[in-house]
Design a protein around this ligand. Structure first.
Ligand code: ATP
Ligand code: MG
Length: 331
């Protein structure tokens, strides 16, 4: 029987954290976990990152979104100390990853986009091997249970499914009890249930004051997990903000949809030509006022408005618009 990934969340002992732990003195604000100004990186003439500014407060879950080749992995791997930068100021947990990687490494947990895990070790041997690299590591079995691999503990890596290998990589990232986690497309290949379980693990870590930077192509993942999303297109940040308000999403108009009553048609702007299923969809800059007029008409004329719904632009709609504009002005 598969073990749910979140079954042992309660085993996570709180560490001292600005979010969930000890109160910090009012006069000494906590410095951000990540601070990046004017980051640039080219690969033999190709500009992958063209001046990125980014600040991630301690305890935040920050999601980097952007099309293939936008520069997300490049940015993340520079922050981890695995790639060099051409220009810009970078501070991660108070260290410059280019020159202080040794000091930084024990405090980072990383899930790489392309991971290479030794295929012939077992799950437990793999996690134990990484645990030894960190003096204050978590319990090996505890972490294996946390990611839902307890039932596969003795299986060799080659015998795991793609999603199970990703869970193992998550276990490797967590075993050192890091302050800051970098997750580069952490749930690619997960089945829907495993994805939700992984989300709960990430949320539980954030509640303990850990900072999380993740990249994803799944809008629902960003919507559910992120305190803030940063949209990167062509090596630049084109928009950032909480998922609910990205790109002024909350102020955008809405669409109102309902099935046109058979007997009577609402007047003017309250109706439109129906589709093949008899539904009409009207755009409303001010959906409250339009809805008031529409429902007022319906009650007065004793007409049902079957399937009535107000449709707001989703995070995906906003994201697609931002990336279509490609490299447009920052919002
Ligand atoms: N090691 C490398 N050598 C040469 N070019 C590279 C290298 N790594 C990345 N690039 C190029 O830099 C650009 C940014 O790549 P990067 O991997 O950072 O994008 P990404 O946003 O992570 O994309 P994806 O969503 O596909 O993972 C791309 O044009 C890519 O081809
Ligand atoms: Mg990438």
């Amino acid at each position: 029987m598969p073990t749910p990934m979140h079954s042992h969340l309660t085993d996570l002992a709180p560490s001292s954290s600005p979010r969930g732990g000890a109160a910090s003195p009012a006069l000494s604000p906590v410095p951000p976990a990540i601070s990046v100004h004017g980051l640039r990186k080219s690969y033999s003439g190709v500009e992958a990152v063209r001046g990125i500014d980014l600040e991630v407060p301690v305890g935040e879950i920050c999601a980097l979104l952007g099309p293939n080749g936008a520069g997300k992995t490049t940015t993340v791997e520079i922050l981890e100390g695995y790639r060099s930068r051409d220009a810009g100021r970078v501070e991660v947990l108070g260290c410059d990853p280019a020159t202080e990687r040794g000091r930084l490494k024990p405090r980072l947990g990383i899930v790489f986009q392309e991971a290479a895990v030794e295929p012939y070790l077992t799950v437990r041997e793999t996690v134990a091997m990484y645990a030894h690299l960190y003096p204050g590591h978590r319990g090996v079995d505890e972490v294996i249970e946390l990611v839902g691999l307890a039932h596969r503990r003795a299986e060799r890596v080659v015998g795991l499914s793609g999603g199970q290998q990703r869970r193992l990589e998550m276990a490797i990232a967590l075993v050192g009890d890091p302050d800051l986690l970098f997750l580069d497309e952490p749930t690619t290949g997960f089945d829907p249930a495993a994805r939700h379980e992984a989300w709960e693990v990430v949320r539980a870590l954030a509640r303990l004051g850990k900072t999380v930077v993740l990249t994803t192509h799944y809008m629902d993942e960003a919507q559910y997990l992120a305190d803030r999303v940063v949209v990167i297109v062509g090596g630049r940040v084109v928009a950032e903000g909480p998922p609910a308000t990205l790109g002024l999403r909350q102020r955008a108009g809405a669409r109102i949809r309902y099935r046109l009553p058979a007997q009577d048609t609402p007047p003017g702007e309250l109706a439109a030509a129906p589709d093949a299923d008899g539904f009409v969809e009207i755009h409303a800059e001010d959906p409250v006022a339009l809805l008031h007029r529409l429902t007022g008409w319906a009650l007065e004329h004793e007409q049902p408005l079957e399937g009535l719904e107000v449709i707001r632009p989703s995070l995906e709609d906003v994201y697609l618009e931002l990336t279509r504009r490609g490299g447009g002005a920052s919002t």
